[in-house]
Design a protein. Sequence first.
Length: 146
Amino acid sequence: MLAALEALTDRDPNRRDVAAEVLGDFLRGTALNAESARLVVGRLVSVALNEPVTRVREAALNSISEAFNRHSLPLSLVQQLAVAMQTMEPEALTHAIYILGATQDPQARPLIEPFRNHPDADVREEVERAAAEITASTAEGRSRHS
């Protein structure tokens, strides 16, 4: 895991891309405890916000998405993604909306709502799914707060 974290800053975008994917494998599996998962997701959020190469940004966002299959993560860990959402390509934006919704935090709703009328149908559908997940978790009283 440490080698992959280090490779996120490699000069070669191919190595950064592979590193983001490897970290997704770690997040998808059972090797990471909650603290390690939060560390990895925090680093991947930074990559998603600062990486100049689209495929590396998308790999980072995909890997963050994978984390929610095994880990409960707070909105505060991923909330910075909302800052860049206005300028994201539709595929990346769809991942970011999924991530915010997956926190199941009601405070994520105002971050995703502005995209309800986005020109891309996949983005609009993801907003609906994310909003429904937040609503369902709030109704069941199991929202995850930071």
